[in-house]
Design a protein around this ligand. Sequence first.
Ligand SMILES: [Cu+2]
Length: 484
Amino acid sequence: MNIMLNRREFLKFAGGGVAGGMAALVVGNKLSWVLENQAFAATVVQTLDFRITDAMKEMVTHNALNDARCYFWIYKSVTPDLQAEVPGPVIFATRGDTIRITLTNDLDEPHAFFIPGVFDSGPIAPGQTVTRSFRANNSGSFLYYDNLNSPVNRVMGLHGAFIVLPGIRRAPNKFTPYDLPTPAVQALFNDLGDAVHWPGLSWEEADVDPASLAPAFRQYIWLLHQASPNLFREVGSLPAGELYPAATFVNAFLRDPFSPTNANRTPQYFTINGQSGSLIHANPHITPNLRVGEPTLIRVLNAGLWTHSMHLHANHIYVIAVNGVVQANPIWIDVFNSNPLDTWDWLNPYMRPPDVPNARGIGMPDTPLMSLSNPLIPGSAPHPVWPPIEEINMLIPEGATAGGVPGGVPIDVQLSPLCYPEHDHSEPTQTSQGGNYNLGLIAGMNVTGDRNIDPAGVTTFPNAPNMWAANVTRLAAPQMPEHL
Ligand SMILES: [Cu+2]
């Protein structure tokens, strides 16, 4: 088809941006708490109604001088009419739910909707509409995708996350994400909020302050993907009905020789939830913004063909499920490989970052150690190293004003909250178009306060509630000398 004439949708790069959470569809009536979670712009539905179609998407490096668009195949929700996006909307269900789905194939070759071990629509012919039902038999994190001409159709963009929550709580135990947790995973969740090293909230507990960003059942989805504009254009330009050979696709995607002009067919974009760079790590609906003592789940799903070596700073995380298997021995790690089609769940305890000097051990309630006074800073005196006043008061570039005018409008940026990166140890994934560094697969975890800093409870670091306000540039009254 001629992809420029036939395209049906046009996607802006900020489709899942800061203004709203990831588009989500909630099946059934048991998950009202999803609607209260700002990470998801959720709609309750009785039937999933998807069109299989195509789209041009403006990628992160697209601007007036640089036409950086990429052609995709996508699942588009028709009812409700959600903005076209790659990946498709997150689907939430409860174990035991029966889910009805209507699928219309608007493309020129057979397509499908497949969830491993759960559902297979079988081939849907061009122009055909089918309606099917399936049951969510197991709780956990799943990818839905088009399994035809594998892996071409999936990697072209036909994929999304299917999340099944457990139906019941096994009192007196606390909630876990699973109906049948292993004893070790159950013990982990029972400890959250109760064990001496994890003071704060349980996973299912929300903050009592409704304005808080800490809802019940905190969870984030990191759906990994890679996009090759040159290869995807080639696939979209085939004559109607002709299939792109899968072996050629894989070979081009993984092994095309280097090109200094981006003329090869390896991926140029590395995405989480379809976004790159600051659209991930500055997006509070993808990158968690929580306080110490507000544990959260992060579901990592790899819809692409690259292996990502995911590495998180500030907290080690527990790997509690791998490819649908709840772990008997959840390992505590800071790097974990995500292979193509892998789905695994992280429990991030949101402990005080271990690099904060402490007396009693990682995560334990503690009287913070005292700093030394710094003779180079006038007025410097010993002070507690937590909360991190000095970091919060650091401004970059220090003292900068608009136009460089002394006493002018300050434009230096406050380094608050404490931002810790998550990045892929595979270096190329931190770029876009091969050159724009830090525009790749980069998320993180931000610490905005500490629930356990004193017996009175929640402490939010100075200015944290305003951290996403466009016009907040600096603290009005720094409490500590700034760094030299
Ligand atoms: Cu690192």
